[in-house]
Design a protein around this ligand. Structure first.
Ligand SMILES: *Cc1c(COP(=O)(O)O)cnc(C)c1O
Length: 366
């Protein structure tokens, strides 16, 4: 007897493929029996976490038999001071992925349309399909968002748009003026999710004051994460800033204990640790230059990036090169699943990690 469970699940979920994460170091160690592996596949922070944050997490263990603060009072208080918003504008998430799903779940009905860009973060189609809504995919403009085409594709069924700025996996960037212009034209009943997972890495002169935009446009939800610049990918913590009425709705749907107490302690210690963020951003800028110089020297095409990764165009199927890099102990990210089979996304590492990746690429590409 065999039951086809796929037939039992809701229609939206029938269309889902599993999320393909970057290959874990331990897995490659097991497979190839090699050591000193460099993982540049998941846009993780090569500098780790700050000692202050580590201590805060260790201290939080003493209270681990208690439930976490369901409202995240102190973390929200810190966020509200840092960004000059009210605590009731904040929704906490178990990573910002949790928030992206929560927002879609809160606002989008089956049959509604959700607009996002070609080469957008894979989680947008995932959450859209899971609730049986219809993804409306806008062809990319220079690998980034074509916001005019977003507007042109709005219908009576459009409920939400997702924008990632900087974008993953391409690293493209939209200016504040472009986003403001878009929000001015977007009908106010359509929710705009602005996913700023990489905002700390964007050059400061063109960083978007998205919090001001959230205060100005009631239908805007800004999502931030502590997974990237703050180095806390493993702890799962993110937050959204929106109109208080939106935050109130999101907080009704949110699992009350979606952020654990160690994560909250880490967030409280991390959010104002500017020294650490500055080090991370500086390391990223220097690493970006390392790769760009190498690519230029070798005449390799790449997409200029405002994130903590750079996407290389190999002008041939990237899969065999990905495989050869693995054999040399370098894990990068193939992005065929994003419709970019000739590209590899490389997360910026430390100087030494970048050198290892560059040397491996040079030996493979000749
Ligand atoms: C990494 C990333 C996130 C953050 O995910 P978390 O769940 O917070 O770890 C969100 N959006 C994009 C586009 C990302 O690349």
């Amino acid at each position: 007897m065999s039951i086809d469970f796929l037939k039992l699940v809701n229609q939206g979920i029938q269309q889902l493929a599993p999320y393909e994460a970057g290959k874990p170091i331990e897995e490659l160690e097991r497979e190839l029996g090699i050591k000193n592996i460099v993982k540049l596949a998941s846009n993780e922070n090569p500098l780790g976490i700050s000692p202050k944050v580590k201590q805060a997490m260790v201290d939080a263990i003493d209270d681990i038999h208690r439930y976490p603060d369901a409202n995240g009072f102190e973390f929200k208080h810190k966020i509200s001071q840092k960004f000059n918003v009210k605590p009731d504008q904040i929704t906490l998430g178990n990573g910002s992925n949790d928030l992206l799903e929560l927002i879609a779940h809160t606002f989008v009905n089956a049959g509604d349309e959700v607009i996002f860009s070609q080469y957008a973060f894979i989680v947008y189609p995932l959450v859209t399909k899971a609730i049986n809504a219809t993804p409306v995919i806008i062809p990319a403009l220079d690998f980034g968002h074509d916001l005019k085409a977003f507007l042109d594709n709005i219908t009576a069924k459009t409920k939400m748009v997702f924008i990632a700025n900087p974008n993953n996996p391409t690293g493209t960037f939209l200016s504040e003026a472009q986003i403001r212009d878009f929000l001015t034209k977007l009908p106010s009943h359509i929710i705009c999710v602005l996913d700023e997972a990489y905002t700390e890495f964007a050059h400061s002169e063109n960083r978007v004051n998205s919090v001001a935009l959230a205060n100005e446009f009631d239908n805007l939800i800004v999502c931030r994460t502590l997974s990237k610049a703050y180095g806390l990918a493993g702890i799962r913590l993110g937050f959204a800033i929106s109109h208080p009425k939106i935050a109130d709705l999101l907080n009704r749907v949110r699992q009350p204990f979606n952020c654990n107490s160690i994560a909250l302690a880490a967030g409280i210690a991390a959010i104002n640790d500017l020294d650490f963020i500055n080090q991370v951003v500086t390391n990223n800028q220097q690493g970006m230059i390392q790769y760009e110089q190498f690519f230029k020297q070798k005449n390799l095409a790449y997409i200029p990036s405002s994130g903590n990764f750079i996407t290389l165009d190999l002008a041939q199927n990237a899969a065999p090169i990905y495989q050869k890099l693995l054999e040399q102990g370098v894990i990068v990210r193939p992005i065929a699943g994003y419709g970019l089979p000739n590209h590899l996304r490389i997360s910026i590492g430390t100087k030494t990690e970048n050198e290892k990746c560059i040397n491996a690429l040079a030996s493979i590409l000749g």
